[in-house]
Design a binder for this molecule. Sequence first.
Ligand code: GLU
Length: 441
Amino acid sequence: MTIQTRFAPSPTGYLHVGNIRTALFNYLIARKNGGKFLLRIDDTDLERSSQLFEDSIKKDLEWLGIEWDSTEKQSLRFDRYHEVLNKLKSDERLYPCFETTNELELRRKKLLNMGKPPVYDRSALNLSDEMKEKFRSEGKEPYWRFLLQQHKVQWNDQIIGNISVDLASVSDPVFVKEDGQFLYTIASVCDDIDFGITHVIRGSDHVTNTATQIQLLETMKSTIPTYGHHSLLTGLTGNNLSKRFGSLALRDLRFSGVEPMAIVSMLSALGSSKAIRIFHSFEEIYDNFELSSFSSAPTKFDPDLLHNISTKVLHSISLPTIKDDLKEIGIPENKFIPFWEMARDSITKRQDIMEIWNLCKNGPSVVELNEDTPYVKIAFELLPVPPHDEKTWKIWTDKVSEATGRKGKALFKPLRQALTGKNVGPDMSKLMPLLQKIPSL
Ligand code: GLU
């Protein structure tokens, strides 16, 4: 059996780290098993869905290196959903309802106040044909609910383990809204059947949906996929992360210079019994990735940890991998090795590479010496004649120390400041041979 997974975002917003966790799990399961990975755009809500978000979802996935084998769009499949809908109607598993949102909300509150679960009371089942006719003649369109069989649904969840949901405590799900919009439950099931989805990995907020979807799949006499529900990400104090997701949108992480493989490395292990390791390719992850190693308890997400991992990823990037970036910035090929050796450990994001190369080419833009100016002037007179190599810094600073009596920080710091405009930065021995411009004081 070929494994077929899917990632099914709604194009109603930007992807955040929580969404990417789902995409990544599905992608890894497919690739690890030589299977296929489908990108399904869940755009049945035509009003809230947009091309802009669909494009940005694709861009984010591409940036992370998550490649999909095919794409489907729910908005192109309404005919198929209608077909299934009609069958369910003729089997009397769908029933029309006419309550307004306000009415439903009042009923919900009342049940909650009485300490009862806010389950839809199925009162629409009692509507006589005359009542339904009356509503319709008043211009009211029904919305449609799926009549659940109120028994327990069980499955062996790849993350949670054996689980059972009693559908007696679940409202009959709405399949179509009064304006004709299909809802996720039915659309998703039709798609999972038609696209041969074998594994559905998604957030634990979908557990109840899974129970209703399994029943629908059974009604449609279809194979039931394997399900896995991963925990949801929380902030460090266990708070819901959803409000912070704005700042954890993939596009923002991308702009802020986070390495894509840092996100992949972190999310492929966070919340599992395995330690987070730095990976530079997906191939390194497959063998180690096991859904069963993930805990079903909420998973804390620490943005600072992501930034640390990102720096580590960057520091361990090999020259062949970073070559194109160096080339694009205009660094000559014969300088790739010494430049990357010098720059890698002092950068925290790729954008810093450009800054260090600018320094090599043009010298510092601002130098703050103040009372150290006379000292630096003396030191510059002692600077060996170019070309400089890795020994130059030591030879020079020894000479300067001898001439001025300065040692340690007082000796080195003003010289670093004069040459780079900064008090911290790359190893000066490695930087000296690459500096093409010594500032004049
Ligand atoms: N569009 C749904 C969501 O974003 C898909 C859930 C699923 O994986 O079935 O929540």
